[in-house]
Design a protein around this ligand. Sequence first.
Ligand code: AMP
Length: 175
Amino acid sequence: MNLDDAIRKVPDFPKPGILFYDVTSIFANPDAFSYVVQQMIGSYEPGSIDGVIAIESRGFVLGGHFALENKVPLVLARKKGKLPRETVEESYALEYGEATLQIHVDDLMPGRRWLIIDDLIATGGTLEAVAKMIEKQGATVAGIFAIIGLPFLKYGDKIGKYNPKTLIEYHGESV
Ligand code: AMP
């Protein structure tokens, strides 16, 4: 499987100068989607993960598959204001401004080993915010999985200690 061929690259989205790696083109391609799910599941020893935290919204698509295959809980990290029960939250810097993610506090059982799943790692700020919520509740980050990594944005400085796993890396902004 040539994963690169399945990923559409959209220059200047959502704003000038950003090359957007569009994983919806993977989800729309059953061969590529199946390959990604199999690679994700095969990256972790059965029994080594107690639960999955999937990040809104493209992380949800992957997280459900991992959770059902491994028969572990799926927990959603959502943008502020979407979850109805008591939450923990963490804010983090975006290129301009700030964002906040929330998780239902009673879903984040202390002592569990969580795998965090998103579609792409850029600066690592989003995943670091989720890792902080997990650790503040007395649980452990057992790993991080994303389809795409952009290591030139230095995500290793923020989340390298959690052993992030990606299936394809891009090393610059060329299409
Ligand atoms: P970061 O917190 O900087 O690691 O940004 C990661 C989040 O922003 C992920 O949820 C991605 O979906 C999204 N993102 C950031 N940069 C890009 C990009 N160049 N292409 C597609 N998605 C991106």
